[in-house]
Structure formats: structure tokens, C-alpha cells
Design a protein around this ligand. Structure first.
Ligand code: P1T
Length: 381
């Protein structure tokens, strides 16, 4: 099936008992057994729930995987991956990463004896330099949050194969509409399904997709044993969101491009970070591994003043100032004080998260209204 068909039908079947086209929200914690162990495939909803199964099948279909797993949040899914490791193992990740992922690595898993190296992965040479005999896993985000750096996924797969490492790709920003990491050699794809997969800012959820049965079994074991699962209502909402992913992403990309070009030409704007520009340092790689450039971008202001950024964020009207991204509505954010506040100032400034950096999640409203909104606030600074 083509991707646009998979988002609607991939891994789905009509409800066998009623013919319901959408799976019912199986709001149940448990399932009747005829005799101990004699049941219809479901025992307890932490272990499995039919609405979650329908979603997990959809996730695996759209990422070209074989096994999908849904969790209570994006971070819960990352937590599950990290539990594949043992004390003494080392992880290499990018130095420009969602702040919550950094916090989970650096304050929770570090305590359990896992060592993390954060390097500029946009130059894959830096990955090779950090590898040693204890390295077990590469954690990649591309495009990165919030600097929209691009990491060469095929090169990462080649490095991880050569050194027998697990390659995990956080595909939240791109979604499988734009890039399919498993096809490029990743072992695990991870999502904050809270974002584009859900698409409507009404649910918090995480997802993993893998191809390998042994790896899937280990992750299913952790999912059940640690128990950070999502509920049936949330599963239903994300499944519904996925059905329009292709249509929404097409518009996110069109509007993202229009807003990026508008900002780039504006006299009050400093730098615009968006992988679609030919002068983006990894534009060629973005073009080769993504089918378009997405609806996320960041920009700075000339003079780099914190107060100017705050004035803009307080006065935007169509863009709502809020954490998160990937919903139909446009959102704005100030990474230094919001999503990336858990990263020390010196660290974040090294990667470009300066005081005037503003991140936009460009939604699917009318392009003119988005640009008019930005134009009017830029006049105020
Ligand atoms: O928020 P949660 O569903 O737990 O997902 C965490 C997460 C993981 N990976 C990426 C790339 C993310 O962007 C996120 C969450 N990000 C935000 C809330 C944000 O505003 O950037």
C-alpha cells in the first residue's frame, strides 16, 4: 500500500463483532476467562487492550516496521528503550535534543550507571570519536528540537552496524510522512505521538516501532513490566489523528515554507533555522532523507534581546504561546525558558538556543493570517 492509504487502513480491520469501521474504545481494565489462561487474547489492559492494539498496528504500518508499541508519553517510550541497557553501558546522543530527553538521560538514567555523551551529530565524525567498547546505543533526533539540525541517518546506520550498536531515531518532527528511519537502517523509531501523529493537541502519548522480533519482545516485556501504557481513549484519538497525517503534513510543509521565507526576508529577523533553505548546513542531507521540510522552524532577532522575544511571543494572536508542537493550530515557544530550560545556559547557547530564539510550530491555518500575525508583531520590536 502507498503511505496515504496506509495511514487510513494499515494494520486495521473492521470490528469483528459489530462491523464498526473504527475500533471501539475498549474502556476495560480486564477480560473474562473461561478457565485460567483460556481467553480471547486479552487478559489485562496493561498487557494489551484491543484499541491500543489497533493503534500499535497502525504505527507499525506507517513506519514500515513489524511491531508497534504505544506508551503513556513520548518520554515513557524513551524510558522503555533505555531499560534495554545495563549499568556501565554508554549512549551517544546529539547535543541539540529535546530538553526533556536530555533531562531523562542526564538526571535519571545517569544515576543507574549509564553514561551519556552529547556530541554535535550533524557532523557524524563526532559520533565515531565518542565510540568506545562500552558504547551500546546511538540516540538520534532529526530534525533536532529546536535548532532544526539534520543528522545523516544512513551514515548513522552505517556506523551503528559497523560497531554493533542500537540505532534509535526520534522521528517526532519529521513523521513517517517525511522520513522513514527503519528503511534507512534504524533499529527503533520513537515518537512523541503527542505531536503530529495525534495532531490535535488533545492527547499525550509515545510510540516505538521496530522490525526485529527479538527486540520487539524485549520492548513488549518492558512495556508490560514497567507499565507506562496509554489508555484506550487516547489510543483511539491518536489512531484517528493518524488517518489525516498525510493531509495535515502536506499543509504544515507548505505553510512552514511560506513562513520561513517570509522571516528570512524580514529586516528585524536574525537567523532562520529551517532545513529547506539551500544555505542550511545539512540541506543536501535533508533533501536526500526527507520528502519535504516540515512545519517546524526557529528564528532569532537582530540584537538578540530577550525582551524583544518575549514581546513577540506575548503579542502573537494566531500563534498561541504554548509548549508542544505538531497540532493543527500554530504554536510559538521560547526554548530557552520553556522546552529547553532544563539544559544549562552555557550548554544550550553553544548549540544556538540563545535568549531571542523563538520556535514556531506552523499549523494548517491560512498562510496569509500566519504571515500577517508575524508581520504585525515584528513591527513592535
Ligand atoms: O512530551 P512527550 O510526549 O513525553 O514527548 C517528549 C518529546 C520527545 N521527543 C521530542 C522530539 C519532543 O519534541 C518531545 C516533546 N516536546 C515538547 C513538549 C516540546 O514542546 O518540544
Amino acid at each position: 500500500m502507498e503511505f496515504n492509504t496506509k495511514v487510513i487502513h494499515g494494520g486495521q480491520q473492521h470490528d469483528p463483532s459489530t462491523g464498526a469501521v473504527m475500533p471501539p474504545i475498549y474502556q476495560t481494565s480486564t477480560y473474562a476467562q473461561v478457565s485460567p489462561g483460556d481467553h480471547k487474547g486479552y487478559e489485562y489492559s496493561r498487557t494489551g487492550n484491543p484499541t491500543r492494539t489497533a493503534l500499535e498496528n497502525a504505527l507499525s504500518s506507517i513506519e514500515n516496521g513489524r511491531y508497534g508499541l504505544a506508551f503513556a508519553s513520548g518520554l515513557a517510550s524513551i524510558d522503555a528503550v533505555m531499560k534495554l541497557l545495563e549499568p556501565g553501558d554508554e549512549v551517544i546522543s546529539t547535543n541539540d535534543l529535546y530538553g526533556g530527553t536530555f533531562r531523562l538521560f542526564n538526571t535519571i538514567f545517569k544515576k543507574f550507571g549509564i553514561k551519556f555523551h552529547f556530541v554535535g551529530m550533524d557532523d557524524t565524525g563526532n559520533i565515531e570519536k565518542a565510540i568506545n567498547k562500552n558504547t551500546k546505543l546511538l540516540w538520534v533526533e532529526s530534525p533536532t528540537n529546536p535548532m532544526l539540525n539534520i543528522i545523516d541517518l544512513k551514515k548513522c546506520a552505517e556506523i551503528s552496524n559497523r560497531h554493533q550498536l542500537l540505532l534509535v531515531v526520534d522521528n517526532t518532527f519529521a513523521t513517517p510522512y517525511l522520513q522513514k528511519p527503519l528503511d534507512m537502517g534504524a533499529d527503533i523509531v520513537m515518537h512523541s505521538a503527542t505531536k503530529y501523529l495525534g495532531g490535535h493537541s488533545d492527547v499525550v502519548m509515545g510510540a516505538l516501532v521496530v522490525k526485529d522480533k527479538e527486540l520487539a519482545d524485549k520492548l513488549y516485556y518492558i512495556q508490560n513490566a514497567s507499565g507506562a501504557v496509554c489508555g484506550p481513549m487516547d489510543s483511539f484519538l491518536v489512531l484517528r489523528g493518524i488517518k489525516t497525517l498525510h493531509v495535515r503534513m502536506q499543509r504544515h510543509c507548505e505553510n512552514g515554507s511560506a513562513v520561513a521565507h517570509f522571516l528570512k526576508g524580514h529586516p528585524k529577523v536574525g537567523k532562520v533555522y529551517w532545513p529547506g533553505f539551500e544555505d542550511h548546513p545539512n540541506h543536501i542531507i535533508a533533501k536526500s532523507q526527507m520528502s519535504d521540510f516540515g512545519g517546524m522552524l526557529s528564528f532569532t532577532l537582530k540584537g538578540n534581546k530577550y525582551e524583544d522575544a518575549i514581546k513577540i511571543l506575548e503579542n502573537l494572536k494566531v500563534f498561541t504561546l504554548a509548549e508542544s508542537l505538531g497540532g493543527v493550530e500554530s504554536l510559538s515557544g521560547h526554548p530557552a525558558s520553556m522546552t529547553h530550560a532544563s539544559i544549562p545556559k552555557e550548554e544550550r547557547e553553544k548549540t544556538g538556543v540563545t535568549d531571542s530564539l523563538i520556535r514556531l510550530s506552523v499549523g494548517i491555518e491560512a498562510e496569509k493570517d500566519l504571515i500577517d500575525d508575524l508581520e504585525s508583531v515584528l513591527e513592535m520590536v
